[in-house]
Design a protein around this ligand. Sequence first.
Ligand SMILES: *[C@@H]1O[C@H](CO)[C@@H](O)[C@H](O)[C@H]1NC(C)=O
Ligand SMILES: *[C@@H]1O[C@H](CO)[C@@H](O)[C@H](O)[C@H]1NC(C)=O
Ligand SMILES: *[C@@H]1O[C@H](CO)[C@@H](O)[C@H](O)[C@H]1NC(C)=O
Ligand SMILES: *[C@@H]1O[C@H](CO)[C@@H](O)[C@H](O)[C@H]1NC(C)=O
Ligand SMILES: *[C@@H]1O[C@H](CO)[C@@H](O)[C@H](O)[C@H]1NC(C)=O
Ligand SMILES: *[C@@H]1O[C@H](CO)[C@@H](O)[C@H](O)[C@H]1NC(C)=O
Length: 479
Amino acid sequence: MGAKAGPPEVLAALAVLGLGAALLCLLWGAPCPPPWGQRRPEEEPAWSPGPGSGPAWEPLAGEAQRLRQNSCRLELVESLPQDLPFAAGSPSARPLAQAWLQLLDAAQESVHIASYYWSLTGADIGVNDSSSQLGEAVLQKLQQVLSRNVSVAVATSHPTLARSSTDLQVLEARGAQVRRVPMGRLTGGVLHSKFWVVDGRHVYLGSANMDWRSLTQVKELGVVLHNCSRLAGDLDKTFQTYWALGAPHAALPRRWPHRLSSHINLARPLRARFGGVPTAAYFSASPPALCPAGRTRDLEALLAVMRAARRFLYVSVMDYFPTTRFSRPARYWPVLDSALREAAFSRRVPVRLLVSCSLHTDPGMFPFLRSLQAFSNPAANVSLDVKVFIVPVGNHSSIPFSRMSHSKFMVTEKAAYVGTSNWSEDYFSSTTGAGLVVSQRAAGSAQEQLRRLFERDWSSRYAVGLDGRAPGQDCVWRG
Ligand SMILES: *[C@@H]1O[C@H](CO)[C@@H](O)[C@H](O)[C@H]1NC(C)=O
Ligand SMILES: *[C@@H]1O[C@H](CO)[C@@H](O)[C@H](O)[C@H]1NC(C)=O
Ligand SMILES: *[C@@H]1O[C@H](CO)[C@@H](O)[C@H](O)[C@H]1NC(C)=O
Ligand SMILES: *[C@@H]1O[C@H](CO)[C@@H](O)[C@H](O)[C@H]1NC(C)=O
Ligand SMILES: *[C@@H]1O[C@H](CO)[C@@H](O)[C@H](O)[C@H]1NC(C)=O
Ligand SMILES: *[C@@H]1O[C@H](CO)[C@@H](O)[C@H](O)[C@H]1NC(C)=O
């Protein structure tokens, strides 16, 4: 659509690029707030009982609770862009679109969706392409869910960047409750989290936006938990923080109400058998201002997983910047970068970093990647390798802001981390995100499955070492 892109498309494009509030407030002429830490909220947000039906959130009694807890099942899900074949016999996860449709079919009481922006139909971005059909099917299914009297509550970032999308209006007309959360005003960030809580017992969390391209044109990774009421209830507390901040005139509370405190965290993960497999798991959240007592911060979760690694540490992220991205003046922010070097040097853990490279990749990322790669020293057993993943554009060039790897995960021999944030400072200080850390003890564990997916990508022809990329090459591979 390139040349025809008018302002709405450009803004939708920025949405996909995840440009933060600092830029957004410039674009919209909205007031640019100071960092949240300097705000003095006058009052706590009016405390609504929250969306959805009550019963799903009540603690379950004894035996029933034990049974539900034991029935927890975890499943990795992914979207592979069309025309991105992997070698025959390669591992794969369940298709995300299938998992989403199944979750919506299963919904009986409530669906809570934390989302950055919505763009589920081709018409939303003025594209006529058959690959939008799955997104349109999800929107249809949500309408069916509403017509079955299931409550649907959506928290989404405000102002929205997908301004020509009508998805949320369509759902509101059918009774969905939508709260638009002014994160720019509250923290200087955006609501960038992507997760669902269904009936207070099923969960989806991952990199995919509520965007049809996330189902057929962009590479995504996520996780689904079925019949997991304790973890789902815990993640719903994060949803409730967005819900509270989406109420009219809400301010950041000095203290979040006790009922949003988490009792499942890094120090005390949920320990249970998932389909018989001993499992420890917890959710993290960012930014710190949206972490009630007991909630592990997303950055802390990442660092804990990295520090525990002894045998390998593999990372797949869309963007990697050891700096701020959106606040000015830009600052160096070596926290995650140092942790990678420390794992490689101090513990001799082989580290691999797979970063997305597409038409829209900021070339300013490459000096940081080359610096990491240069840290490798095989003679001293220091192994830190960096590759970029290029999704060939093929004959899909008419679809803007697609054909890229958008996954955000990390895996070690001990744990899998599935998140929603890019790796740069803003995602941990002002923008909302959420992550799941899970560790299983058994063959076929979550971390084993995720490692196999990482290795599939890493050894595929789409993953290219930094030297294999000519300087200035823009990662647009028609291939
Ligand atoms: C971060 O993530 C968003 C969406 O997840 C993406 O569109 C954006 O381009 C990313 N990059 C930066 C530097 O924020
Ligand atoms: C979309 O394209 C198909 C053929 O590719 C065509 O039949 C259809 O009319 C088009 N729809 C719109 C709304 O332009
Ligand atoms: C829909 O839900 C409301 C409130 O829970 C209830 O009063 C009503 O009877 C339900 N309607 C149907 C058709 O199930
Ligand atoms: C969840 O539990 C219900 C029974 O409570 C069962 O029918 C359903 O198959 C379970 N779902 C999964 C995906 O295991
Ligand atoms: C590197 O690792 C190999 C095998 O573990 C070991 O024999 C060798 O001494 C190590 N070299 C250094 C410099 O640590
Ligand atoms: C697009 O390319 C794929 C192979 O990369 C091919 O299978 C498909 O038929 C092509 N579609 C069109 C409309 O050219």
